[in-house]
Design a protein around this ligand. Structure first.
Ligand code: GLC
Ligand code: GLC
Length: 655
């Protein structure tokens, strides 16, 4: 008998043994809601073999495997039965249209509840604002209970079941999710599952010497193991602390802390951790989350002698969570946060793992092209790396709450005669304003003199030149900065996938330097691009036609509306084209029987694409630029103004 056959038989036999026990446990609930129970059984039977194979692969060697398997099964049944009716209805709708998120109607926004609206209640009051902007996907930055002092912006979670009391309650969160869904806005929340805060109940128990919970983390009595691991590890926050381990005086142990010293990595080699986190995940799912952002996916499995990133088991764990979701919360999707090498980013994306993913390569290379005014690396990389498996999508963004890292592939760079290390160093210098003539005002993040590595913080507007231009009151520079900002948005809105706006950027918010005087933020420059929304200011500039901020907002609202009208933007089939001009980035989108040709000028000088190419790629002889409504023909070369982006459609299909 083959191994596969054997595991299939084991899966079937296990379910045969476990199902009757489950029926007994849940008899009353099943009798009260027989249809729901049948739906659960159908999904479970459909998915069981895949889940079993993944779990036995991860944990089959553990003496208590079968115990955990039964617990996981019980957790799924319990969670499904507790799932609110509106979510069950949504599940059915999503199952009937599993690629709903590929629609051109999708537009994402991300914000911190406190910085954007004070509380969850305040956020509900902003519903009309989100609708005005056209948002259909709202990512709220971590809002669960976390340490009062430094919590890495909420990424140190102390309870996955309680909302930070300053923001509201779990009931308010669930109400918000429901209300927003009725208005077509899907809630996105983080699943910070690589680590908990050192104040989480599990960490408290571990600190108190409870052996079961000590095994939830990586605790070591001396440096032997930390040293053995450390020589192959990358340092994530080198300016805060060297290495990936923290000495805890209170327990006389070293703790594995990949990020900050108060973020304790969870030990997924222990099936109890997987089981416990499954329960937390399902609880979050039932609060109304439609898309779960899986935080720091690359780091969740450790293997001695490796850099402990992107290990095969990390994929198995996420796939097992995916499988559990298909059974107990099937409407929910996963979004991968892997800010790593492009090959590794891709490895997390599939319908069976994470259906959507940040596109850090596009993000980094848009900034790269803006600095160099050349699109060769962007074009080269996108040609081979943009395409995704069926049924998945990119989340295309310009800025997030995090820093910018230059995650392009070294060989892609060499192919274009670019020295990767030298180029990264140039980009850092350029964006932190140390390069003569740079328009950017960024701040360095985690500069590591030992490795020469660094990343960049700063808001979209400050990095694109608006801060500097306003400071020197140079009208022409202001105009160029606004154009850069709008061109970048025109690309993420049309290239294929879900565009994600870091809220604040829609008004071209500038860097906010006051974080430096906050004890808990001073050593983390990412706070420079996390300013508090100033609604009075927003209102003022929105109605002031002379304000660059108001102009950015009005134009962005218009571009979003244009995206939604254009069926060619559906999905992520994108054909990158040779524009014949090193400053022009171009691609064709097909969808709904339409053809859209997008072309963007990354230079501050006018540029042309010749008429021959236009006849080949363009949408016909006579066409319209959706953005300006200008009518053009392929008789003449196409001329683009500085930083102009055109969305060209055939005239008959034009607006
Ligand atoms: C992710 C988050 C980042 C956080 C880290 C640790 O990368 O985006 O903000 O610091 O995970 O949770
Ligand atoms: C992410 C990345 C790292 C990033 C950090 C947060 O998971 O891997 O490069 O800078 O966490 O800033």
């Amino acid at each position: 008998m083959t191994d596969v056959k054997q595991v299939q038989q084991q899966a079937a036999l296990s379910l045969e043994r476990l199902w009757p026990r489950l029926e007994i446990t849940f008899r009353d609930d099943a009798n009260a809601a027989p249809t729901d129970w049948c739906v659960f059984e159908r999904r479970l039977r459909h998915e069981w073999e895949r889940l079993f194979v993944l779990l036995i692969g991860l944990y089959g060697g553990q003496y208590d495997f079968f115990y955990h398997l039964e617990e996981i099964l019980g957790a799924m049944a319990h969670s499904w039965l507790a799932r609110p009716t509106w979510l069950k209805q949504l599940d059915a709708r999503r199952e009937a249209a599993p690629t709903w998120f590929q629609s051109q109607l999708m537009v994402g926004g991300v914000c911190y509840v406190d910085l954007f609206a004070g509380t969850l209640h305040g956020l509900r009051d902003r519903l009309l604002y989100f609708k005005k902007l056209g948002i259909t996907y709202l990512h709220l930055m971590p809002l669960f209970e976390s340490p009062e002092s430094n919590s890495d912006g909420g990424y140190a979670v102390s309870s996955y079941r309680r909302v930070n009391p300053r923001l509201g309650t779990i009931e308010e969160l669930a109400e918000l999710a429901h209300e927003f869904q009725e208005h077509g806005i899907s809630l996105v929340l983080d699943f910070v599952f690589n680590h908990t805060s050192d104040e989480h109940e599990w960490a408290r128990c571990a600190k108190a010497g409870d052996h079961e919970y000590e095994r939830f983390y990586f605790l070591f009595p001396d440096r032997a193991m930390p040293d053995a691991y450390e020589h192959a590890l990358r340092e994530i926050f080198p300016t805060v602390r060297h290495g990936s381990f923290t000495w805890r005086e209170d327990i006389s142990k070293w703790v594995w802390t990949t990020f900050n010293s108060f973020q304790w990595d969870l030990n997924y080699a222990n099936p109890a951790v997987f089981r416990a986190m499954t329960q937390e995940m399902l609880f979050i799912a039932n609060s109304g989350v439609e898309i779960l952002r899986l935080d720091a996916v690359a780091f969740i499995w450790k293997r001695l002698g490796t850099n402990c990133e992107n290990q095969p088991e990390a994929h198995q764990i996420i796939q097992a969570f995916n499988s559990i979701t298909r059974i107990a919360a099937p409407g929910m999707l996963f979004k991968s946060e892997a800010i790593v090498h492009p090959d590794d980013v891709l490895s997390y994306i599939s319908t069976r793992e994470c259906q959507i993913s940040y596109n850090p390569l596009l993000m980094a290379l848009l900034w790269e092209s803006l600095a160099t005014r050349e699109v060769k690396l962007l074009d080269h990389s996108m040609r081979s790396r943009f395409q995704l498996p069926q049924g998945t999508a990119w989340v295309n963004y310009l800025r997030s709450h995090d820093d910018i890292g230059w995650t392009f592939d070294d060989n892609d760079a060499r192919w274009e005669w670019i020295d990767p290390a030298g180029h990264r160093s140039f980009l850092n210098q350029f964006y932190i304003g140390r390069f003569a003539g740079s328009f950017a005002r960024g701040v360095s993040f985690q500069e590591n003199p030992a490795t020469g590595d660094a990343r960049v913080s700063g808001t979209l507007a400050s990095l694109a030149g608006l801060e500097q231009a306003i400071q020197v009151a140079d009208e022409q520079q202001i105009e160029l900065a606004v154009r850069r900002i709008l061109m970048l948005h025109s690309i993420i809105l049309s290239i294929g996938g879900i565009p994600l706006i870091y809220l604040g950027d829609e008004f071209g918010t500038l860097n906010e330097y006051s974080f430096a005087s906050d004890l808990y933020k001073a050593d983390d420059s990412r706070w420079v691009h996390r300013p508090k929304a100033d609604w009075a200011w927003r209102k003022r500039v929105e109605n002031d036609p002379s304000s660059p901020h108001g102009h950015i907002f009005t134009e962005l609202v218009r571009l979003i509306a244009l995206r939604k009208q254009q069926p060619a933007i559906y999905g992520n089939e994108t054909e990158f084209v040779e524009t014949g001009n090193g400053h022009l980035f171009g691609y064709i989108r097909h969808g709904g029987g339409q053809r859209l040709f997008v072309i963007a000028n990354f230079s501050e000088h006018p540029q042309e694409m010749d008429a021959d190419r236009l006849r080949v790629y363009g949408p016909g002889f006579s066409f319209t630029d959706m953005i300006t409504s200008h009518i053009l023909t392929s008789e003449r070369p196409l001329r683009l103004e500085p930083y102009q982006c055109m969305w060209l459609v055939a005239r008959s299909a034009g607006l």
